[in-house]
Ligand binder design. Structure first.
Ligand SMILES: O=C(O)CCC(=O)C(=O)O
Length: 286
């Protein structure tokens, strides 16, 4: 079911949909111009980067980045991760820079003016409050490229596996910066699957990551395709199993996602994402 920005503030129908399904689609949340601003800024950030000394791949299938310090120390920085299928040769690293990046993370929302403007927003604060946050805090941001032809699969997961608080509070605020379709790898969700158990916890131990199994219950099928237009906001409950397939189409699928936690909960010190040099803030403190 699709709602639109004009349905805000969150109606009881929207709240019921969120509670029943663990996701919520709000169309026309951002304007085309706001999306283009972020797309252009991501291009500039890549253009400014010298990739010759940095070649960290982000691959949710092999999880090869897990013990990589470049990744583990990126919680309070702006860092760049490559597509697993990108050919990282000299020519691509110089001439095709725009087509080899898988994502930029993880503190864009605190460190870059354009991303701060996009992320710190009154309406987002109101939505967060309506779905139960007392003190929403912006923990993580990612610009996800899903590059044409080589955009990697994001394996089925629950966000609370990777960002856990006690009690659980993580919610994803995912923005389509371009149209997301079945062809270019839109999100797929297991509607209602947030009512199942948390399956895994990604834990830092002595600066090594390990995946602890909490439940062997298989994920339900992620058979709801979230095909959305540019500018749509999709909320994802921290326990909702979600997935996106490889992009084999000629069209990119850019998205920006924010992961939000409640300041009233305890952020676990074994989370991979730590921000020793950045204080957390909410949607309002731009
Ligand atoms: O954009 C995608 O394909 C996956 C995003 C995701 O898993 C997330 O934001 O938690």
């Amino acid at each position: 079911m699709y709602f639109t920005k004009s349905d805000l503030p969150l109606s009881s129908e929207m709240l019921n949909f969120w509670n029943d399904n663990g996701y919520l689609i709000i169309e026309n949340f951002k304007t085309n111009a706001e999306c283009d601003d972020l797309i252009n800024r991501s291009k500039e950030l890549i253009e400014e980067q010298d990739f010759n000394n940095q070649q960290s791949v982000f691959d949710t299938v092999s999880q090869s980045h897990n013990d990589d310090n470049y990744f583990l120390e990126s919680g309070d920085k702006i860092r760049f991760f490559f597509e697993e299928k990108a050919q990282l040769n000299e020519s691509n690293l110089k001439k095709n820079k725009q087509y080899i990046v898988n994502k930029i993370g993880h503190a864009l929302h605190d460190l870059d003016d354009k991303f701060i403007k996009f992320s710190k927003n009154h309406d987002l604060n109101e939505i967060a409050k309506a779905i139960g946050f007392q003190d929403p805090l912006l923990l993580q941001s990612m610009y996800i490229f899903k590059q044409p032809k080589i955009g990697g699969e994001v394996v089925c997961h629950q966000d609370s596996t990777f960002l856990i608080t006690e009690p659980e509070s993580t919610v994803g605020f995912w923005f389509a910066l371009q149209d997301a379709t079945k062809e270019n790898g839109c999100l797929q969700v297991a509607s209602g699957g947030h009512k199942g158990p948390l399956r895994k916890l990604f834990k830092r131990e002595n600066n090594k990551m390990k995946m602890e199994e909490l439940s062997s219950e298989p994920f339900p099928e992620t058979d709801t395709f979230v095909e959305v237009k540019k500018g749509t906001l999709v909320l994802l409950h921290g326990r909702l199993p979600h997935y996106s397939c490889e992009n084999t189409s000629p069209h990119s699928r850019h998205a920006y996602t924010l992961h939000v936690i409640d300041g009233k909960t305890k952020y676990m010190d074994y989370n991979w994402l730590q921000r020793p040099n950045l204080k957390l803030s909410g949607f309002k403190n731009a």
